[in-house]
Design a protein around this ligand. Structure first.
Ligand code: T1G
Length: 688
C-alpha cells in the first residue's frame, strides 16, 4: 500500500500495521491507507478476519491535530469509522501505547478490541476545545452507558486497560506484541472464542439524570469554556438512531472547531511540546546521580521533594538546624500528600534517599547542586564559591527568581557549570521550570537542565538573562498596570473580578495575598535604586506591609482571610491617600477596559522579552505564562492572544493609553514592525 500502513496476509488474516511515527496520528495519509487496506482485504476471498494494530509506540493517538484549521481531506475520520463498522468481515483492533481521541473512535468502530497493559485510552478532545468528532460521543455510551461516557468525554482523562475492560470499552486485556496479539485474536474469533459485534447496532440506555447532573456541574465549574457543554449535548443525542446522532455530533464538532477557544487550547498543547526544541538538544546531557539542595525553606523543601519523587537521592543542607527541621517536616508533609493522591506508593516512599544536614561538606560527591537560599546576591555568590570547592565539577544551579545569573557565575571558577533552574512554588507541584542560560553556561549543562526537567515531569523553558527572566519580568509589568488601574479609580476587587472573568483563577490582588505581600515588597525594595523618576510608583501595597498585613499568611491583605472574608475595608483610605499623593481624580473603568489594559501590558512586555531574545520563540513566552502564571489555557497565552487582536490594533491601543502615561505605555518596536509587515506571532513561531 504505502509506508504509513504495513499490509500483510497471514493465512486468512489480513493484518494492517499502522506506521505513522511518532504516535500514529490519523493524518490524511494514514486514513487513506487504512481505507484502501480494508477495502482490499474485504474484497479478498482468502481473508476472513482483518486486524488493525500499531507499529512503534502506539495504536493511534487521535486525529492529526496539525491538520485542524486546514480544509479537511477525504476520507474524513468519521467516514472511515463508519466504513470500518460496515465492513463485511470482522475487524479487530489491538490497542497499545495510546488509543486516544480519533484513535479510540477507530477502535470503537471495529468489531472487537484487545488492550495491552500500559495503554492510555481516552477521549481528550475537550482538552483541545473540541468534542469527539468521529463517533466517540455516540458509540462510547452504547458500550459504557451515558454516565461513564460523560465522565470520559467531559474530563478527557486517560484510563488504563483494566479500567477500559471494566467499562466495556475493550473485550480483553492481554500482554504481548501487538502484531502477535492481532493474529491470536483473529484465531480466537475464527474459533468463536472472541465475540464480534457492531457497536452502532447497540442502543444507548437513556439516562437523563446523568445528563442533567453533568450539565449542572459544568455550568458551575467550566462556565467560561465552550466545548465541555457541547460534549453533553452530543452524548444526549446518543439515544437517537446512530446516523442522526452522528449528524448531531458533527454539527457540534464544527461549532467547536469554529470557536477561538479551540485555537487557544491547541496552541497550549503544542506550546508544551515546542519548548523542548532548544539549540542544545543535540548535546548529550551529563548523568545526574545525587542532587544537593541548599536551603530548606519553602522553595528548597519543595525542590528536594520534586527530586525525591523523581527517584533522585537528595542531600539537603541548611545551616540553621531549626530551619532544617522545618524543611524536613515540610518534605514529609509533601510526600504524605503524594501518597494520599496516589502519586507515590508507601513502599516506594520508604526507599527514598534523603540526607539532611547543617554541614555543607555532606555535599561531597553530588553531581548537581541547586541553591535555594535567600534571594540576595552576596548570599548566593558565597554559596557558589563554597560549593565549588566541596564538589568540583558539579553543575551549580541557582533557583534565583530575578538576580543576574552572569553576575553569580562570575564568582565561580567554572562559570560554564553555572545555570539557573527557576522553580515555581510549590516546586513539587508547579509544572514550569525556567532554565536560565548565562553567557558562559556550557551547552551540555543546558541539556542536563532539560533532561532533569523531563525526569521531574516539568515543562522546561529556556530563558536568557534579564531581571526576572521571562515570567517574573512580564508579571512585574502587568502587575504595575493593575496598580495603575487601582490608582486611577478601579477597586482591587473589581480588577480581580474582571481578570477572573477573562479566565484566570485569581486576579492580581488575590494572587498577591496568596503569595504574600512581603515577597512583592522585597522585590520593590530591590528595585528602589534603579526605579525611573517618570514611573508612576503606587505605594498602596507598601502601606499594607507596613501595617503588617501580608495577605493570607497574616489573615489580612487586600482581602480578609479569616472569620471575615471579602475586601479589606481598611484599605480604602490608603488608596484615597495614594490618589491624593499622585493628584489623581478617580474615574470609572469597565471590566472590558480593565482586561484590555492588563492584557496589553502583559503582551507588550511579553513581546519585548521575545524581541530581545530572552525567549527563543513567542510560544516559549506563552508556555511560561500558561504553566507558571495561571494564564487561561483557552486563550493560548499572551502572544497567541495578541494575534487575536492584531499588532496594528495593539499599537493603536498603546498609543491611546500613552496619552495618560507615556512612561509606562511605550509601543514595543516589534509590534510596530509586525503592524507594518502584517505579521503575527504565529508566523514568528513558524520561523522559530
Ligand atoms: N496529532 C499530531 N501530532 C501529535 C498528536 C496528534 N494527535 N499527538 C502527539 N503528537 C506529536 C507531538 O506534538 C510530539 O511532536 C510527538 O507527537 C510526541 O508527542 C476526530 C478530532 C499520545 C499521550 O489529544 O496526548 O482525535 O513535539 O511529546 O509525552 O475525535 O502526545 O515531537 O514534534 O506528547 O509520549 C485527540 C494528543 C486528538 C492526544 C504521547 N488526541 N497526544 O505523549 O509524546 S483530537 C489527543 C498526547 C481527535 C477526533 C478528534 C500525547 C501522547 P514533537 P509527545 P508523549
Amino acid at each position: 500500500m504505502n509506508d504509513v500502513v504495513h499490509l500483510e496476509r497471514v493465512g486468512a488474516t489480513g493484518l494492517i500495521g499502522l506506521n505513522n511515527p511518532p504516535v500514529n496520528a490519523a493524518s490524511h495519509a494514514l486514513r487513506q491507507a487504512i481505507l484502501e487496506a480494508v477495502e482490499a482485504l474485504e474484497a479478498d476471498p482468502k481473508i476472513d478476519v482483518i486486524a488493525l494494530y500499531g507499529k512503534g509506540r502506539s495504536f493511534i493517538a487521535g486525529a492529526d491535530i496539525r491538520e485542524f484549521g486546514k480544509p479537511p481531506k477525504d476520507p474524513w475520520l468519521p467516514a472511515l469509522c463508519n466504513r470500518l463498522e460496515a465492513c463485511a468481515k470482522p475487524v479487530i483492533s489491538v490497542l497499545h501505547g495510546a488509543a486516544l481521541g480519533g484513535g479510540l473512535e477507530v477502535a470503537l468502530a471495529t468489531h472487537a478490541r484487545i488492550a495491552v497493559p500500559g495503554v492510555a485510552i481516552g477521549l481528550p478532545e475537550v482538552t483541545l476545545g473540541i468534542i469527539p468528532g468521529a463517533g466517540g460521543t455516540q458509540r462510547t455510551p452504547r458500550l459504557t452507558g451515558v454516565a461513564a461516557a460523560l465522565d470520559l468525554i467531559t474530563t478527557g482523562r486517560h484510563i488504563d486497560a483494566e479500567q477500559a475492560l471494566a467499562l466495556g470499552l475493550v473485550d480483553r486485556v492481554v500482554t504481548g506484541d501487538p502484531r502477535d496479539l492481532a493474529l491470536q485474536a483473529a484465531g480466537d474469533m475464527r474459533r468463536g472464542d472472541l465475540p464480534t459485534r457492531r457497536t452502532g447496532d447497540l442502543d444507548t440506555k437513556p439516562d437523563d439524570a446523568a445528563l442533567a447532573k453533568t450539565a449542572a456541574e459544568l455550568r458551575k465549574t467550566r462556565a467560561h469554556l465552550f466545548s465541555p457543554h457541547r460534549c453533553v449535548e452530543a452524548v444526549a443525542a446518543s439515544t437517537l438512531p446512530l446516523p442522526e446522532g452522528l449528524a448531531r455530533e458533527r454539527a457540534l464538532f464544527q461549532d467547536c472547531l469554529d470557536s477561538p477557544q479551540r485555537a487557544g487550547l491547541i496552541h497550549a498543547f503544542f506550546a508544551e511540546r515546542a519548548v523542548a526544541k532548544i539549540p542544545e538538544a543535540v548535546t548529550r546531557p551529563r548523568d545526574i546521580g545525587r542532587i544537593g539542595v541548599i536551603g530548606a525553606g519553602t522553595m528548597g523543601s519543595g525542590i528536594a521533594t520534586a527530586c525525591l519523587l523523581a527517584g533522585f537521592p537528595v542531600t539537603l543542607v541548611e545551616k540553621n538546624a531549626d530551619a532544617l527541621g522545618r524543611g524536613q517536616s515540610a518534605i514529609v508533609g509533601n510526600l504524605d500528600g503524594a501518597v494520599r493522591r496516589g502519586k507515590l506508593t508507601s513502599e516506594k516512599r520508604d526507599t527514598l534517599d534523603l540526607i539532611a544536614s547543617t554541614d555543607m561538606a555532606r555535599l561531597d560527591g553530588v553531581d548537581l547542586v541547586i541553591e535555594a537560599a535567600f534571594e540576595d546576591m552576596e548570599v548566593k555568590k558565597q554559596i557558589i564559591e563554597q560549593v565549588e570547592k566541596i564538589c568540583p565539577g558539579a553543575i551549580l544551579a541557582t533557583n534565583t527568581s530575578y538576580l543576574d545569573l552572569n553576575d553569580i557565575a562570575a564568582t565561580a571558577a567554572s562559570p560554564g557549570d553555572v545555570i539557573g533552574l527557576h522553580f515555581f512554588s510549590p516546586a513539587h507541584v508547579m509544572r514550569l521550570l525556567e532554565v536560565v542560560v548565562g553567557d558562559a553556561t556550557r551547552p551540555e549543562v543546558v541539556a542536563t537542565g532539560f533532561a532533569l526537567a523531563k525526569r521531574l515531569r516539568k515543562i522546561a523553558v529556556r530563558a536568557g538573562v534579564c531581571d526576572g527572566f521571562i515570567g517574573n519580568r512580564i508579571m512585574n509589568h502587568y502587575r504595575k498596570a493593575a496598580d495603575h488601574l487601582m490608582l486611577d479609580g478601579a477597586s482591587p476587587e473589581q480588577i480581580d473580578a474582571a481578570i477572573r472573568g477573562f479566565g484566570f483563577a485569581m486576579g492580581p490582588f488575590e494572587m498577591s495575598d496568596l503569595a504574600g505581600l512581603d515577597i512583592g515588597h522585597a522585590n520593590r525594595r530591590r528595585l528602589d535604586a534603579t526605579r525611573p523618576e517618570a514611573e508612576r510608583y503606587v505605594a498602596v501595597a507598601d502601606r499594607l506591609v507596613e501595617a503588617g498585613w501580608l495577605g493570607r499568611k497574616t489573615g489580612k491583605g487586600f482581602y480578609l482571610h479569616g472569620a471575615d472574608t471579602g475586601p479589606n475595608p481598611d484599605i480604602a483610605p490608603i488608596i484615597e491617600a495614594e490618589r491624593a499623593r499622585h493628584g489623581v481624580s478617580p474615574r470609572p473603568f469597565t471590566d472590558e477596559d480593565i482586561v484590555a489594559r492588563y492584557m496589553t501590558a502583559m503582551i507588550s512586555e511579553a513581546a519585548r522579552v521575545y524581541d530581545e531574545g530572552i525567549a527563543l520563540r513567542p510560544i516559549d513566552v506563552d508556555a511560561v505564562l500558561l504553566f507558571g502564571y495561571g494564564f487561561p489555557r483557552h486563550h493560548g497565552g499572551p502572544l497567541h492572544h495578541a494575534d487575536t487582536l492584531g499588532a496594528a490594533r495593539l499599537v493603536e491601543r498603546i498609543e491611546t493609553y500613552a496619552t495618560e502615561d507615556a512612561h509606562f505605555w511605550q509601543v514595543p518596536a516589534i509590534l510596530r514592525r509586525m503592524a507594518a509587515e502584517e505579521t503575527t506571532f504565529a508566523d514568528l513561531n513558524r520561523e522559530g
